[in-house]
Design a protein. Structure first.
Ligand code: NAD
Length: 361
């Protein structure tokens, strides 16, 4: 039997509640797919700061590095806002994890479950069946480029500086992820940049084109200006399969697309590095306003686990089953964030029950 080492970091707020439901889905995969999960629980964020004085201890980091996949809940809460030193705030634990694992590829699906198509701000026919995968470069670009800072100008006044900077190697490694993903999906990549006004965009387009011709000619590649991509996402989002883009444009475009598909409680994500474990986490935060009340929607966390099955544990069939079970559960039950008339309102555990029931039938 294959055993996978999983590091589980529930974190703060609703993290522990939603990860409890993930554990139930993991148990189902163990029972039905002949694998075993060796799970090590760890602390991250505010709870780690309370226990260890740091938001991610060296020991937890070492455990995470040695695992096959890392499943995280969420970090943060008002009790730590402005109350702890900047480098010890909950988010610093997550940033350290991403940096130490060199997680440069952020994968964010924007999928519209049929049952939720009416909850979108766009018309049902425009979003029903939507299935886009964003591949966003996460470790470079304008958020990290030097020079940066705020400086005084000699003649008075100030200037704020950030630098968009990408090397060919950085562009090639993220493009490779996008093309590989497209091969497992509908075989199409749109690469979004601003080659019309930015040299970093010109290089991006050249390198993507070269890699495509050399290694991925079977994948259909189209280049699109990032501003046009934003327009097309709200006009005709179903034209996209994989969208490859940089850190800044990916931040904006994936958030906009995510909101086409319903609630924050539904959105999973994965961050991958070169060979090491991937980090799987919901897009939402720790939702302190509803923590501990059995109100949180566990679907984003469960779909993040499905991504771990697909991308780190080579169990695409189990991932398909989990996603189908989520879709089926949504036909009858809803947590408060996605509630609509005619459905049964359930809590975090009730949504877990419905997904488990769907998995077992
Ligand atoms: P949030 O995502 O935690 O919550 C925003 C709103 O969405 C809230 O009303 C919340 O109740 C609701 N919501 C979020 N997830 C939900 C779920 N699964 N089910 C039902 N409703 C859900 O964002 P916020 O309120 O801006 O931030 C709260 C804390 O989370 C802050 O400390 C912030 O720094 C942190 N945060 C952490 C992460 C992360 O861990 N990756 C991401 C974003 C925010």
């Amino acid at each position: 039997m294959t055993t996978y080492n999983i590091t589980m970091l529930p974190g703060d707020g609703i993290g522990p509640e939603i990860m409890r439901e993930v554990k139930r889905v993991m148990a189902w995969v163990e029972e039905t797919h002949g694998v075993s999960f060796d799970v090590t629980d760890g602390l991250i964020g505010g709870c780690a700061y309370e226990a260890d004085g740091v938001p991610l201890s060296d020991e937890t980091l070492a455990t995470a590095k040695a695992s096959d996949a890392i499943l995280m809940g969420a970090v943060g809460g008002p009790q730590w806002d402005g109350q702890v030193p900047y480098d010890k705030r909950p988010e610093a634990g997550l940033l350290r994890l991403r940096k130490e694992l060199d997680l440069f590829a952020n994968l964010r699906p924007a999928m519209c479950f049929d049952a939720l198509a009416d909850a979108s701000s766009l018309k049902r026919e425009i979003v029903a069946g939507l299935d886009i995968l964003f591949v966003r470069e996460l470790a470079g670009g304008v958020y990290f480029g030097e020079p940066r800072g705020i400086e005084n100008l000699p003649g008075g006044g100030r200037v704020g500086i950030n630098t968009q900077r990408y090397t060919d190697a950085e562009i090639i490694r993220i493009s490779r992820v996008a093309f590989d993903m497209a091969r497992k999906r509908d075989g199409r990549v749109h690469s979004a940049e601003k080659a019309n006004v930015m040299e970093a965009g010109v290089l991006w387009r050249e390198e993507v084109t070269k890699l495509h011709a050399a290694e991925y000619a079977d994948v259909k590649l189209e280049h699109i200006l990032a501003d046009n991509c934003a327009m097309q996402l709200v006009k005709a989002p179903k034209q996209f399969d994989v969208i490859l883009t940089d850190n800044l444009f990916g931040d904006l475009l994936s958030d906009a697309a995510a909101m086409l598909t319903g609630s924050l409680g539904m959105l999973p994500s994965a961050s991958l590095g070169d060979g090491g474990p991937g980090l799987y986490e919901p897009v939402h935060g720790s939702a302190p306003d509803i923590a501990g009340e059995n109100l949180a929607n566990p679907i984003a966390a469960i779909l993040s686990f499905a991504m771990a099955l697909r991308y780190s544990l080579n169990m695409g069939d189990a991932a398909d089953q989990v996603e189908a079970a989520v879709s089926k559960a949504l036909d009858s039950v809803r947590t408060g964030d996605i509630y609509a008339d005619g459905f049964t309102r359930v809590g975090t555990d009730g949504m877990g029950d419905a997904i488990l029931t769907a998995l077992k039938h």
